[in-house]
Design a protein around this ligand. Sequence first.
Ligand code: RB5
Length: 143
Amino acid sequence: MRVAIASDHAAVHLRAHLVEGLHKLGHEVEDLGCEADERVDYPDYASAVAGSVVTGNADRGILLCGTGIGMAIAANKVIGIRAALVHDVTTARLAMEHNDANILCLGARVIGPLVALECVTVWLAAEFEHRHQSRLDKIAAME
Ligand code: RB5
């Protein structure tokens, strides 16, 4: 899969760990920043990854900040984005199976790198269960 990823300054190290893990899993990575030595505003990076996903440039997106909360709030403003903030492998798997989440949000200050990579691995391997499609249609109708 082609995966777009970005972080703010709070999650630069986690992003590097996940980029390495994504490559090892055989995915193509579009790394949209930020630079390690800058303090940035997370909505700018949420917008970049969300744009890559909705235009079809990337199949999926990953957004990282201190908590993952700001990234999820910002990304979900973009029509067509279903960004899910997860903290464990169960919610990561269900984010795909039930919600068809096209962006995964993680918090570098609240979970460790091993859990984060496991969440990403499980989410990318999971498949949407189409019995939930009518709920997603209702969400889309709200946009
Ligand atoms: C940045 O200090 C912090 O607010 C950000 O990384 C994130 O946690 C926001 O939701």
